[in-house]
Write a protein that binds this ligand. Sequence first.
Ligand SMILES: C[S@@+](CC[C@H](N)C(=O)[O-])C[C@H]1O[C@@H](n2cnc3c(N)ncnc32)[C@H](O)[C@@H]1O
Length: 393
Amino acid sequence: MTPSARLQSAIELLDAILVAAKEGGASADQLAKAFFAQRRYAGSKDRRAVRELAWQAIRRFGERPESARSAFVALAEEDVELANLFDGSDYGPATMGADEPRARGGPLPLWIIPHLSDLIETHERPALLDRAPLDLRANALKTNREDVAAQLPDADVLVQTSHALRLPTGYQVENHPLLLDGLVEIQDLGSQLIVDACTVRPGMTVLDLCAGAGGKTLGLAAAMKNDGHLIASDTNRNRLDQLKPRANRAGATIVETRLLNPGREIDMLSDLVGHCDVVLIDAPCSGSGTWRRNPETRWRLNPVRLDRVLREQEKLLNIGAHMVAPGGHLVYAVCSIIANEGRGQVSNFLKSHIGWRAVEPGVGAGRPEGDGIIVTPYHDGSDGFFFAKLAKP
Ligand SMILES: C[S@@+](CC[C@H](N)C(=O)[O-])C[C@H]1O[C@@H](n2cnc3c(N)ncnc32)[C@H](O)[C@@H]1O
């Protein structure tokens, strides 16, 4: 493909991503896969170039542009090489008109800025949209970090936690035997810190209330040395189904999965009420801490959605609190940098749950944020997370 044809393809791909973001359709990654499946003539270099262009536009505009062309026309104002590709050639985009619409605004949606944690000062914001590195967790059930590092000379050891390694952005690890055989898991440093904050031990009863596909469940199983009772629950069957093969691959034998009906969570967990040493609530959230991995999700978030997740988080905190044994701990986490999802939720919880208190999560990174900790791409090199550890009287 010519460079102009690649740009035209990126415009078409971005248009599909814009429509899906507006109408709640498939994710940008899924759309890119389908897009290239229908264009077999595009070689791997073409695909990479088209994707990079589309993602450059996604990262650049926090507000959803009117059209893909308006986004690229605006980008071309800042980039002569890109401007030259609007050449009207056979498979390329038409030449630019002086008065055509141009996308406006910065990388963050304007409405969200007042909702961000006070710690996200202006100079920290660009890092929220930087390309993310690839973090791994050495699975202590099968190996140790030193052995993994010896087999991955490109990996850096991350000192903030005892199992984390970092590979350069874009490193291809998908078919590596270490991953296929369950010796490592792909897991961002921030998620690993949340597992650390749970300080689980062998023999404990632990509930991972919003386990999803079990990224943190597997970390908990390793920390418990496969000894104890680890329940992974979620309301989403598809995600929970992914956990079973992952647990097999990782050699995690203590995981019990439990599919919950929304609204009946406490009934379905009734045997655990007041029995758990640790409950992890990795709650559904805005995802604002992972914009660097999924930048198009900024275009899907709006005040109504934010309000909905805030209510869900409050509900889950109340459910989780029921499950904790006296003297046990609840760890609340969100991959968000929005104050109300993090410090706000925990502050409200502590006001309405007499006797509960926040304790030090005791992790090797982050900054205090209200009664918890916040880690951010700029400050900690991780995705953005808020987490807090709460002790039951
Ligand atoms: C942030 S994700 C969890 C990610 C997962 N812990 C991991 O480490 O990969 C939040 C999860 O909460 C689940 N969820 C939403 N409402 C729920 C509810 N009422 N009870 C349990 N899980 C719920 C969602 O289906 C989603 O999988």
